[in-house]
Design a protein. Structure first.
Lengths: 186, 134
């Protein structure tokens, strides 16, 4: 582990500190200077006592692709939620399931985490394993009707990945993704 | 205006509660841990979100709404983590109904325990090579 200047370390902790202060204020539910100051003190103490490694690589947020991602995500949540709920209710019990590996294309800790979170939150897919080196994500998918269905779910993960990179990825991430997709689909 | 808000809140609360009910049913009806994690974490996330929206409409006042927003955010952040950890352990302990798997590309993930059979579900059909412990 490399020792970095205190200023850099502090700068990387700023977003985390802001988040902690926001959580503190939301928990109190009201805006006041006393809440803000006590929140800053609590966040500072937490960051000093329980230091976290900072996230490597800058991330930018693009509002429009973010909205696209969120819209699709909510739609997926509803559609697959209904699908899994139906599997729980339907007479005759559960049909087949499948364990599938997906080769992801992004190469950033933060984006991989986001893809795994988004995949895991949508009903019908559960992340069993994420191989950081090979960028391979292993999923358990719930209603797997046939092999075509499995393939559809596999490609859906890649679509989610693409939307996330468009919303949060750096320019290099985006360029790398475009390159790979062009090779795959000539 | 309040009547419309009340109807929306009621629909959200009822739909959320129904989804949580299907989550409970899935826990009982699904055959193995992996499938049960789907039931326990997924429809329930949407269910909790809907209940939060309904409650936020019904309980006026921003203090409550902020609190509910936090509940929803932490629900979204933590549900996948617990589901992942539990199902990973279950897979390694072989608590999987392999006969229901259409495809298994993981193949034990290199952690397959060849000596012990692990916690295979009691209702799984016998393994073809289960002539006793090797």
């Amino acid at each position: 582990m490399t020792v970095e200047p205190a200023a850099t370390r502090l700068r990387h902790q700023v977003p985390l500190m802001l988040w902690l202060v926001v959580v503190w204020m939301l928990l109190w539910g009201t805006w006041s200077w006393a809440n803000l100051l006590s929140g800053l003190v609590v966040a500072f103490v937490l960051l000093v006592l329980l230091p976290l490694p900072h996230v490597v690589g800058g991330t930018r947020v693009r509002p429009l692709p973010l909205l696209v991602f969120l819209g699709h995500f909510l739609a997926d949540l509803v559609v697959s939620g209904a699908e899994v709920a139906w599997e729980a209710l339907r007479p005759g019990g559960l049909r087949n399931t499948a364990i599938v590996q997906v080769q992801l294309r992004v190469d950033s800790d933060l984006l991989l985490t986001m893809v795994a979170e988004a995949t895991s939150l949508v009903p019908g897919s559960l992340v069993l394993d994420l191989d950081r080196e090979g960028r391979v994500m292993t999923l358990h998918v719930l209603p797997a009707r046939d092999l075509a269905d499995v393939e559809r779910k596999r490609s859906h993960v890649l679509v989610v990945e693409q939307r996330l990179v468009r919303a949060f990825g750096s320019a290099e991430d985006l360029a790398a993704l475009e390159r790979v997709t062009r090779v795959e689909a000539p | 205006m309040t009547a419309v808000a009340d109807v929306i809140a009621a629909v959200c609360l009822l739909a959320g509660a129904a989804l949580c009910l299907t989550a409970g049913l899935g826990l009982v009806r699904f055959p193995d841990v992996l499938s049960r994690m789907h039931a326990g974490t997924k429809p329930q996330v949407l269910g909790v979100l809907l209940v939060m929206v309904g409650a936020a409409i019904r309980l006026e006042g921003w203090a409550n709404a902020w609190m509910l927003l936090l509940v929803a955010a932490f629900q979204l952040l933590t549900a996948p983590v617990s589901a992942h950890l539990i199902s990973r352990v279950a897979y390694r302990r072989r608590h999987v109904r392999r006969d229901l798997l259409l495809v298994d590309e993981y193949g034990g993930g290199g952690h397959e325990d060849l000596r012990h059979h692990g916690d295979e579900p009691g209702d799984a059909p016998p393994r073809p090579d289960s002539a006793g412990p090797r």
